[in-house]
Design a protein. Structure first.
Length: 202
């Protein structure tokens, strides 16, 4: 599900190679090399010195301050395309890291911000297939993605799916569905959901 090619040589290690040796810099360089060779960043080709040029992919890749490698959640939040969101999950799989519900939910939410509602729904399905049970926040993120895209029918379907898998819809779930129906001009459906929310005591 989440497997892909390993990450390229980390920015911090490239800087160490360029900086050369001497004092604290040399110790830091050796430490980074040791981490790379021990498999922290996954299997892949041996590191090579930077040429001073960056590919378009490297220029788009978010960087952490101080040369520190970012967490998957940080990288997902800074992704500019749906492909970049998927790449983070694939990188985790390549390293033997299993995305948990928090990582998956963050990815679904970011896909919604990027107007990639189809990818958000696919990810929701895949996380369940992988044994990662979505919680109410996961469903709300997927519903919000559908609502932003005007896919009110999909949002309502997710509301029913929540109930089917034993996740009780909260006020956010109802509000997201109601807003989605309102934006799509489905006033009657929005009123019906509002009445249902009141009856449920949300």
């Amino acid at each position: 599900m989440f497997r892909a090619r390993p990450l390229a040589l980390p920015t911090a290690l490239r800087r160490g190679l360029v900086a050369g040796s001497g004092g604290h810099g040399a110790r830091r360089w050796r430490g980074l090399v040791a981490r790379w060779e021990s498999g922290v960043t996954g299997e892949g080709p041996p590191p090579r010195p930077a040429t001073g040029r960056q590919t378009s992919e490297q220029r788009r890749r978010p960087r952490a301050s101080g040369g520190q490698q970012q967490s998957p959640i940080q990288r997902i939040k800074q992704a500019r395309t749906g492909q970049q969101v998927q790449a983070v999950l694939q990188d985790m799989g390549a390293r033997g890291m299993r995305p948990d519900v928090r990582v998956c939910t963050t990815a679904i939410s970011q896909l919604g911000r990027l107007r990639q509602w189809r990818q958000a729904l696919v990810l929701l399905e895949r996380m369940q297939a992988a044994g990662v049970a979505p919680d109410v926040v996961s469903f709300n993120a997927a519903m919000d993605a559908c609502g932003k895209a005007g896919q009110w029918e999909q949002a309502l379907a997710l509301l029913e799916e929540m109930r089917a898998v034993g996740v009780a819809p909260d006020e956010v779930a109802f509000s997201t569905s109601i807003n989605g129906c309102g934006k799509a001009g489905q006033g009657e459906q929005a009123v019906a959901l509002l009445e249902e929310m009141r009856a449920a005591g949300e």
